[in-house]
Design a protein around this ligand. Sequence first.
Ligand code: GLA
Length: 411
Amino acid sequence: MNHNNLLNEFESKFGNGGDIRGYFTPGRVNLIGEYTDFNGGYVFPCGLTMGTYMIARKRADRKLNMYSMNFEKKGVVQSSLDEFMQGSEKNWTMYSKGVMWAFEEKGYQLDLGYDFLVYGNIPNGSGLSSSASLEVLTGIMLKDMNTTKSIENKNDVNGIQNLSLQDIALIGQFAENKYVGVNCGIMDQFAVAMAKKDQAIFLDTNNLSFKYVPVKLGNHKIVISSSNKKRSLADSKYNERRSECEKALVLLQTKKDVSCLCELTVADFNEIKDVIEDDVLLRRAKHTIYENERTKNAVTALENNNIEEFGNLMKDSHRSLRDDFEVTGIELDLLVEEAVKCEGVVGSRMTGAGFGGCTVSIVRDDCIDSFIEQVGRVYEEKIGYCADFYVAGVGDGAHKIDLEEAAHYDE
Ligand code: GLA
């Protein structure tokens, strides 16, 4: 992306001059550990080189002028810092406004409004966290540009400038939960904020301890296949899965003193699972607890350069998400089914919330073209429209971008 084009576009919408700054946050792909993050379990996502850019300038009043190059037809959406109502209109600006609302809710007062332009090259609604990317992007912009009294007072531990990237991720999650209305876990915002080039994040969502693990795949790459099925049901079904997990936990707690599903090992679970009579709840809990164990094992496999094992665990993960957690659907199942038939594929699974969106596959370099050809052809034949494929670059997390350089290119 040429930062100059973004700057020109910004200036054509909002005029030039003043202190104009730029920011970037990636999308993310989760390699394994699905639907564990609101159950206190492990996840293993990495940042992408695709992501979201923001060019912003502070205003002298409390107005907000927001423009997305991805939603040109909407034009400049106008609002103001005094207009935040919970659950306001549903368009792309709710993610940015939600974060501003969340800053205020958490006691970080915003003084003045902004003009900002956003451009993202993550396919929207594809399960690659375009929304978390925009939330964290807004958060780092607010931290960088806001100058409320609490900032001037350096001793004020609550000042915006003392917010860490992790704090901003948590504020993003809060906005998503309470403003947007999706009861997501912390994985996406955390990954987008904290990602590191060529590394995945092995995160314990129970206490946010984490380590970076090099994504060493030898002569293989991560290939993302997008089903191009919009995840219209995702939000309501997502919340439903979360409450099913909560119900299962309450039952299991009558047998064992745990605070979340992922505190149970597979062995613990098998010992006490009969307390859950409802088959649906039983399968939801089973997926979660087995997936947590798979995630730990997958990280060990990757650290030991055993990508075959890593791939097998990805396949198991998909089966469990399909049969026990029931969040896949025919499009994602077909993408995985066809992927694993292709030469050079060590593993494949759905990634993110599911119900549409993307799969992630590990494919040998010399087989990527034939993989895309074969999976793409069968998908179009059976589903009736095309899938898209991306060879993923593993990129850095949230950061400022340099608008000074005449023409700076990155992906
Ligand atoms: C979405 C949510 C995450 C996580 C995944 C499923 O991406 O935002 O918090 O729950 O689904 O693993």
